[in-house]
Design a protein around this ligand. Structure first.
Ligand code: DGY
Length: 333
């Protein structure tokens, strides 16, 4: 039996690549070369499936140029790199990688919050630069985490993990804002109180963003939202670039409108707004919230299993648009 052809668009763990090779005729990018759209389209010719990361854009132009494509398997929980409507309209399945990264990403939210509020990175840079000559009582004095109010925007699985860490681990009062309110039992489990966005911004000591990116959340936090936060507050974005207006944030940090920020994601990443690079009270990390070795292996493994499940048994594990694909199939019968 001839094997389906698939493309693995980025370098992945060799043993998981081997697993794919058992099932498919695989072309892979193990050198992790940077491919532009034209090159991606060329590589996708004749391919039934593709393994992507959040940086690989699959839009109508790509889909129209690659008519053999049946599944795009993203190794990220976020999938704003996929045009889901365009995929559904063409009968192409999209899958993502939820759940396996929840706890690791929630851990990182706290790592960035601690580093930001307690000025870890800023003080470390100071020490390395040889500037520490004398200890002082207010040296790098920051904000407390324990006992403070944590505001979470976006209360999906990762937001819930952060809420539990905050409430149970650090004795924080947790408020959250989400498109829809959680069921009472889940709210109680997270020890979190639902509030409006304005109230959250005005009352939280620390604001953590965990909301998916969409046109509706573009620049959800801009100059006026930052101005409504406490001057002592910190802002942490582990969600997606574009949710915060990075230029407005850099200006607000320089002007001392809020105390500090921690950013793992950036508008237009891997480029970072140059103004942010000049600001001392911001901690910047290169989109690594889910980057523990076991979790990255689990994310890659899940994307691989989605390709195997769908193309060999019509049984993807974590589909996004299965209903739309099913309806299309039924209409074609
Ligand atoms: C995700 O899974 O969406 C993370 O941001 C990693 O890309």
């Amino acid at each position: 039996m001839t094997k389906d052809k698939i493309l693995v668009a980025r370098a992945i763990f060799p043993d998981i690549l081997e697993r794919l090779v058992e099932h498919f005729d695989v072309e892979s990018n193990q050198d992790d070369a940077v491919w532009n759209k034209a090159h991606l389209i060329e590589k996708l010719q004749g391919k039934a499936g593709v393994f992507t990361t959040g940086g690989d854009q699959i839009d109508a132009e790509v889909l129209d140029a690659c008519p053999d494509l049946r599944i795009c398997a993203n190794m990220a929980v976020g999938y704003n790199n996929f045009d889901i409507d365009a995929m559904s309209a063409r009968g192409v399945l999209a899958t993502n990688a939820p759940d396996v990264l929840t706890e690791t990403t929630a851990d990182f939210g706290f790592a960035l919050l601690m580093a930001t509020a307690r000025r870890v990175a800023e003080s470390e840079h100071y020490l390395r630069a040889g500037r520490w000559s004398r200890w002082a009582v207010d040296m790098f004095a920051g904000a407390d985490i324990h006992g403070s109010t944590l505001g979470i925007i976006g209360m999906g699985r990762i937001g819930q993990g952060i809420a539990k860490r905050g409430a149970l681990g650090f004795g924080m009062r947790v408020v959250y804002h989400n498109r829809s309110r959680l069921a009472a039992a889940l709210e109680a489990e997270c020890r979190a109180t639902f509030v409006g966005k304005d109230e959250l911004l005005a009352t939280a000591d620390h604001v953590m963003l965990v909301v998916p990116y969409s046109p509706a959340t573009h620049h959800l936090i801009g100059a006026s939202e930052i101005a409504s936060m406490k001057p002592t507050a910190t802002l942490v974005n582990i969600a997606r670039g574009g949710i915060v207006d990075d230029a407005a944030l850099a200006e607000a940090l320089k002007a001392g409108r809020i105390a500090a920020a921690g950013l793992d994601v950036f508008e237009g990443e891997p480029k970072v707004h140059p103004a942010l690079l000049d600001v001392p009270n911001v901690v910047l990390t290169p989109h690594i919230a889910s980057a523990s070795v076991p979790t990255r292996r689990a994310m890659v493994g899940l994307a691989a299993d989605n390709l195997i499940g769908f193309l060999t048994r019509d049984a993807p594990l974590t589909p996004i648009n299965l209903d739309a694909i099913g309806a299309r199939r039924r209409a074609a019968r």
